[in-house]
Design a protein around this ligand. Structure first.
Ligand code: NAD
Length: 435
């Protein structure tokens, strides 16, 4: 599947629901403003020079500077960065933050580079994008295989070029050089908050029998146990929910009575993967656990399913086997469009990725605000502000969803409501700024 063609298909499908005033502007979102491409030359440790294809896609800036991560991965393509930049426009808009959409990437397997090669590649990328980025122009961040250390190299190289401090040009930085407190857990924290808000609404509907249970009986399965999956598991477990299964790339573990995410993480660190944790006795409480594969975890009979690792894991061949009542899309694009249609028809509530995982970019926005103001917040302030953003977006999505249910019956879904609201906000700004 061509990722950008996929993104455009969904964008076109919302056209018929847009207001007559905004509809004419939709065409503007079907193409990024700019796609910068180059070949980076990097000196390798053995003295040879290697070239790497690099991109920066700037999709739309009607709401504010372009914003989005930089991905280092062998599968990066122009189509992928274009699609991801479009989704960033939608994500920032639905999060209610004054930023647009962008995304960058390099075709590289960074695991094959030495630390020195990785630093030289990162600095070469900063030189490439320096003319197009800036605190009020385009603000990159980490994405797959990039991290705070890489942001520090990019910022250093950028500041050397422009000749002054500009910490707000990159987010996801280490705390010591202007990162924000609360960023590490932000995506999981925001996702759990979104889940709680949905549950409160569902509880008001007596037909949703499962939602009436005490939280200790509400079961949760989470695919992916990295930054997003681990914090989601830990935070929801601290709230009393029953996390029964988690998995990483090598498989997972199922514990009927619930597992302790912290102990599970220790076990994973000890054993190298979750796959071996089920058989540990005594000291860790996974001793009654059973192994599950990454295919099985998705099909468990749980109340809440959280795909938090990869894209396209729920597709037309397994969608009919999904038993959860709620799917929280913490990964980007975990459902194919066919799966989305099947689950929606089955009455499964899907919290769409662009909203569910927006806690990360929202705290990146807070980081940018703190850098520009030169004034830094405590973690409690970051968390409270994030909760407020998640809540106001949710209320807006929910009322759009109610309107869709009334006007368009079975076409209604939280994803459609989210996209409509988000895209209309961008198009309203287009209309005002560039009529
Ligand atoms: P990460 O690298 O920290 O963790 C990824 C996890 O997925 C690891 O536990 C890994 O073992 C697991 N995994 C890899 N292949 C797998 C497979 N085949 N089956 C099951 N698990 C597998 O990454 P992350 O930051 O947690 O990101 C996870 C997802 O969330 C990605 O789709 C990312 O784009 C999305 N996301 C992340 C953030 C963020 O702030 N980190 C924000 C928005 C969206």
């Amino acid at each position: 599947m061509d990722p950008f063609a996929n993104a455009l298909t969904f964008l076109s499908s919302i056209e018929k629901y847009l207001s007559p005033e905004t509809k004419p502007y939709l065409e503007r979102l079907k193409k990024p403003h700019h796609v910068h491409t180059t070949e980076l030359s990097v000196k390798m440790d053995n003295g040879e020079t290697k070239t790497f294809t690099a991109y920066r896609s700037q999709h739309n800036n009607a709401l504010g500077p372009y914003k989005g991560g930089i991905r280092f991965h062998q599968n990066v393509s122009e189509s992928e960065v274009k699609a991801l930049s479009l989704w960033m426009s939608v994500k920032c808009s639905i999060a209610g933050i004054p930023l647009g959409g962008g995304k960058g990437g390099i075709i590289v397997d960074p695991k094959k580079l030495s630390p020195g090669e990785l630093e030289r590649l990162s600095r070469a990328y900063a030189q490439f994008i320096a003319p197009f980025i800036g605190e009020h122009k385009d603000v990159p961040a980490p994405d797959v295989n990039t991290n705070p250390q890489i942001m520090a190299w990019l910022l250093d190289e950028y500041e050397k070029i422009v000749g002054h401090h500009a910490p707000g040009t990159f987010t996801g930085k280490p705390l010591e050089i202007g990162g924000s407190k609360g960023r590490t857990k932000a995506t999981g924290y925001g996702g759990v908050f979104a889940m709680k808000l949905l549950l409160e609404k569902l509880k008001q509907n007596k037909d949703e029998v499962w939602a009436q249970k005490p939280v200790s009986q509400i079961t949760v399965a989470i695919q992916g146990f990295g930054n997003v999956g681990y914090y989601f598991a830990q935070i929801i477990s601290d709230l009393g929910f029953n996390v029964v299964a988690v998995s990483d790339s090598k498989g997972g573990v199922y514990v009927k009575d619930g597992l302790d995410p912290k102990a599970t993480l220790e076990c994973k660190q000890d054993k190298g993967s979750l796959g071996g944790c089920y058989c540990i006795g005594g000291v860790c409480d996974l001793n009654k656990g059973k192994p599950v594969t990454n295919e099985e975890i998705l099909e468990l009979d749980v109340d809440i399913l959280v795909p938090g690792a990869l894209e396209n894991v729920i597709h037309k061949d397994n969608a009919n086997n999904i038993k959860a009542k709620v799917v929280v899309e913490m990964a980007n694009g975990p459902l194919t469009p066919e799966a989305d249609a099947i689950l929606t028809k089955k009455g499964i509530h899907i919290i769409p990725d662009v909203y569910a995982n927006s806690g990360g970019v929202s705290v990146s926005y807070f980081e940018w605000v703190q850098n520009i103001a030169g004034y830094y917040w405590e973690e409690e302030e970051v968390d409270t502000r994030l909760e407020k953003l998640m809540e106001s977006s949710f209320e807006a999505i929910w009322s759009k969803y109610q309107w869709l249910l009334k006007e368009h019956g079975e076409d209604a879904s939280l994803r459609l409501a989210t996209y409509l609201l988000s895209v209309e906000r961008i198009l309203e700004s287009e209309k005002l700024k560039r009529p």
